[in-house]
Ligand binder design. Structure first.
Ligand SMILES: Cc1cc2nc3c(=O)[nH]c(=O)nc-3n(C[C@H](O)[C@H](O)[C@H](O)COP(=O)(O)OP(=O)(O)OC[C@H]3O[C@@H](n4cnc5c(N)ncnc54)[C@H](O)[C@@H]3O)c2cc1C
Length: 548
């Protein structure tokens, strides 16, 4: 490996990101914005063309807002709407079985769920990455192997078109965002857990040529004769998904004629729609048993895979990007010790595992092909539906896994922090844009700055922290009551949120100095392993030990 020449045009960098999919690109953008030199190594010269993600949640949009993407590109996303929360499960007779409230008011300041077109998002992310100082994208290179020493990582690459042309690249850190069949994960010897769920589905994207009327944003047709999904997939687009039944070969599922035949019962025909693209996928629920070895990390589908029934795979990957990059940025800038990297995997593993389990459970409901079991399922779901409390379910919003970089705060710690619309001086908008993203110390009682000593206040500013008094008497007005509502819900007066929008600490206004001093300790702790290279293992038990 040492004999290979350096990747053309690339000196050693702070971080190599393997994979130029949405997670790799966003990771590179955040690292570049934090001042790191980053090289993205992507196997293919062009972006992936097949249909994949089409819904994205409020938290993911806040993450994209932090990258600077929402200021000019909010029109890529179309908020969920429709009856009964926007997301319905129906049986073969069309009767309602369950509804999920995708139209709820969400914590992050954006609509809870939004339709979008993944190729448009990827193109925008790539433009942003190219424009970010310090980021270089090397398309057409395939990651092959890596070696690690105490100073960093050396990655061996081969030209995808001319595999005999080899190169290497050296970095302090490497992130494997190389998708479900991650070579980085294999190279690191990281094992994968499996839910045992597996189903082949045809995914068809089309553009309606006539106006279509749908009562819901997404409908799951839990029909044992033909399980199907109808979904809004962004402005001007629709999608159908159909499960493969045992009497149909995978090849047949992939024909245009099959797509048209399966869509015909809904009146979607060559006269009413233009078929854009289709692909067959095997939906699975899997998770990496560790997210890190030494200075190499996993993110996105490389770390977790889930059936798309809750629209959460990409959202989880964007959370990984944010969670990992604020840590690497702080370590790179000398603002935190490498020990802070040790909580990345456990936090993300516990969080995403809960979502994988829910997506797999939804899949088992939707994919039931046995007529008798489907009838029993329908009866039970209809019985639950008569219970008004169970009528519209909440989408999943888990807590961070453990150990987490939080302090016990009566249940708010490790939960998603709010973002509301605020006014400061003559500016009105979302808090992160008007006051600032990053570390946020917010009180609904008074000015947090008054309680902080000079040294802590100056340290907090140095790490990019902002403080806000949203009591009404301070400079920041809580225009839509988001902070009042959230604090009342958790019975707290003040909170300190992290750059990934999870709560580090919450409690009384008077606790504020303690929040900051504990954060300082946590970021500056010098563990026995000063590189923070603690070996991580997450088995099933560890993941489910996440605090609920
Ligand atoms: C049908 C379907 C519907 C979905 N719907 C939703 C949804 O509604 N909402 C949602 O949030 N998620 C959804 N998802 C999931 C979402 O699409 C994925 O989670 C997301 O695309 C993963 O992004 P990624 O960047 O981690 O991986 P990828 O997009 O797979 O990118 C990995 C990149 O790494 C590159 N690569 C791989 N190996 C190498 C190598 N050795 N060297 C160099 N480069 C390499 C690949 O070429 C690729 O570009 C859906 C998925 C499917 C299949």
């Amino acid at each position: 490996m040492t004999r290979a020449p350096a990747l053309p045009g690339s000196a050693p960098v702070d971080c190599v990101v393997v994979g130029g999919g949405p997670v790799g690109l966003l990771t590179a953008v955040f690292l570049g914005q934090a001042g790191l030199q980053v090289s993205v190594v992507e196997r293919w010269p062009q972006r992936y063309p097949a249909p994949r993600a089409c819904t994205i949640d409020h938290e993911a949009l806040r993450i994209l807002q932090a990258a600077g993407l929402m200021a000019d590109h909010a029109d890529l996303f179309e908020p969920s709407q429709g009856e009964r929360g926007g997301y319905e499960f129906r049986n073969g007779e069309g009767e309602l079985l369950q509804a999920i409230d995708w139209n709820r008011a969400a914590e992050s300041g954006w609509a809870n769920t939004n339709g979008f077109y993944q190729p448009d998002l990827e193109a925008t992310l790539e433009d942003l990455a190219v424009a970010t100082p310090g980021v270089r994208i090397h398309r057409g290179w395939t990651f092959q192997a890596l070696t690690q020493d105490h100073q960093g990582v050396t990655a061996a690459l081969a030209s995808t078109e001319q595999p005999t042309e080899i190169a290497q690249i050296r970095s302090r850190w490497l992130i494997g965002a190389d998708g479900a069949n991650s070579s980085v994960r294999s190279q690191l010897g990281i094992d994968v857990g499996d839910s045992g769920f597996e189903a082949d589905w045809l995914v068809v994207d089309y553009q309606p040529l006539v106006e279509e009327k749908w009562s819901a944003f997404v409908t799951q047709y839990c029909d044992p004769a033909q399980p199907a999904t109808a979904v809004n997939s962004g402005p001007g687009r629709r999608r159908f998904e159909f499960m493969r039944r045992a009497d149909m070969a995978v090849e047949e599922l992939g024909h245009d004629s099959t797509a048209w035949r399966l869509m015909a019962p809904w009146g979607v025909t060559p006269e009413t729609a233009r078929l854009e693209r289709h692909a067959v996928y095997t939906f699975r629920g899997r998770w990496a048993r560790a997210w890190r070895r030494g200075n190499a990390f996993l993110a996105g589908d490389a770390a977790h895979l889930m059936p798309p029934f809750l629209g959460q795979g990409l959202c989880a990957g964007l959370r990984d990007a944010r969670a990992l990059t604020w840590r690497l940025g702080m370590v790179h800038g000398g603002l935190a010790t490498p020990a802070v990297l040790g909580t990345y995997g456990p936090e993300r593993a516990g969080h995403v595992r809960e979502i994988i389990d829910e997506a797999v459970a939804a899949g088992r409901v939707i994919c039931e092909l046995d007529v008798d079991r489907a009838a029993a399922r329908d009866a039970e779901m209809k019985r639950l539906l008569r219970d008004p409390d169970a009528a519209t379910r909440e989408p999943p919003h888990p807590r961070l896994g453990e150990p987490s970089l939080t302090i016990a705060s009566g249940g708010a710690d490790g939960r998603l922090a709010p973002q509301g619309e605020v006014r400061m001086a003559d500016r009105v908008g979302l808090f992160d844009d008007v006051v600032g993203g990053g570390w946020q110390l917010i009180s609904r009682i008074g000015d947090p700055a008054v309680l902080l000593g000079d040294e802590d206040a100056s340290w907090f500013r140095q790490i990019g922290g902002v403080v806000a008094d949203v009591s009404g008497a301070g400079q920041v007005q809580d225009l839509d009551g988001a902070y009042e509502r959230w604090c009342s819900g958790y019975g707290c007066e003040a909170f300190l949120a992290r750059p990934d929008f999870y709560v580090f600490a919450a409690g009384l206004h008077a606790d504020i100095p303690r929040f900051v001093s504990r954060l300082r300790q946590a970021l500056q702790q010098d563990l026995a392993d000063p590189q923070g290279n603690l070996e991580e293992r997450h088995d099933d038990d560890a993941a489910s030990a996440a605090k609920r």
